[in-house]
Write a protein of this length. Structure first.
Length: 280
């Protein structure tokens, strides 16, 4: 189920309670910015962040409550965006709030079972995996809910997560490891493509600056074309490829027996295994 941002903007003005954000680093800060830009009343927002950035601290002057006593927050949702290694210390303190709110975790590798152990088995919990394009509102998040999450709480979680891009839901938490490997880690693969393409340009004789610009703009422009086009990526690829031409010669290498498909399958498999190891 996807939630268009335009639809989200009509519904974030009334979330039925306060939102507590725990951890306001890059991803938490992106969520906060998204909520505010979509009309969420700053007075309905509270942030727990021991080392707030100047940007986060500046939101306090606009009505956002910074580092309040959690007991004073009437939270409809608690969004946990701390680093996974900080979770054993940070999460138990939220147990009282979790009894009356939906808990939404974007901590990599921390399972629904982990949240239930620290917060109580009756906790309504959502585990979500966003990715870094959330910082510009172009991310994608995949979420899974436990059995305690009501339809209304799932809808609230969906609207909050959609502030930074598309949202998809799965019923099987086991899929989150593969999601992490594809979309969570995926931006790094794309950035590596830009790096490698630039290096290949230099090896072919281009000045380094020009090769870097050509690679950056080609990857960015192609991504935007893919975003806007309703066509399958394979069709877009074919439209660039003339039989017997230069692109076909390159694709013969990239799509060969030891080509990109096999390499990415091995890479995603390795990332999936590592995600399972980190989740314990």
């Amino acid at each position: 189920m996807s939630t268009p941002i335009a639809e989200t903007s009509r519904t974030l003005r009334d979330v039925g309670g306060q939102i507590l954000l725990v951890g306001a680093g890059k991803m938490g800060g992106a969520l906060l910015d998204g909520w505010l830009s979509l009309g969420l009343d700053p007075r309905n927002l509270a942030v727990l962040e021991p080392q707030p950035s100047p940007e986060i601290a500046g939101q306090a002057g606009k009505g956002v409550r910074l580092n309040p006593d959690p007991a004073t927050v009437q939270a409809a949702a608690v969004v946990i965006a701390v680093k996974p290694q900080a979770a054993p210390d940070a999460v138990p303190a939220l147990a009282a709030l979790a009894r009356r709110a939906v808990v939404i975790s974007i901590m990599a590798g921390r399972t629904l079972g982990f949240l239930e152990r620290l917060l109580g088995g009756e906790t309504a919990a959502v585990r979500a995996m966003p990715n870094t394009p959330a910082a510009i509102g172009r991310g994608i998040t995949v979420a899974v809910a436990n059995a305690q999450v009501s339809a209304a709480q799932r809808d609230l979680a969906d609207r909050l997560l959609a502030a930074t891009g598309s949202v998809e839901w799965v019923e099987d938490e086991g899929l989150i490891d593969a999601v992490t490997a594809v979309s969570g880690s995926g931006p790094a693969y794309v950035f590596l493509l830009a790096e490698s393409l630039a290096r290949a340009g230099v090896a072919a004789g281009l000045p380094a600056g020009l090769a870097a610009k050509l690679a950056r703009e080609t990857v960015a422009g192609s991504g935007e074309l893919l975003h806007r086009s309703p066509l399958d990526p394979g069709i877009l690829r074919e439209r660039v490829t003339s039989p017997g031409g230069t692109t076909a010669a390159a694709l013969e290498v990239l799509m060969g027996a030891d080509g990109l498909d096999g390499l990415l399958q091995r890479a995603v498999a390795a990332a999936t295994r590592r995600s399972r190891e980190l989740a314990g």
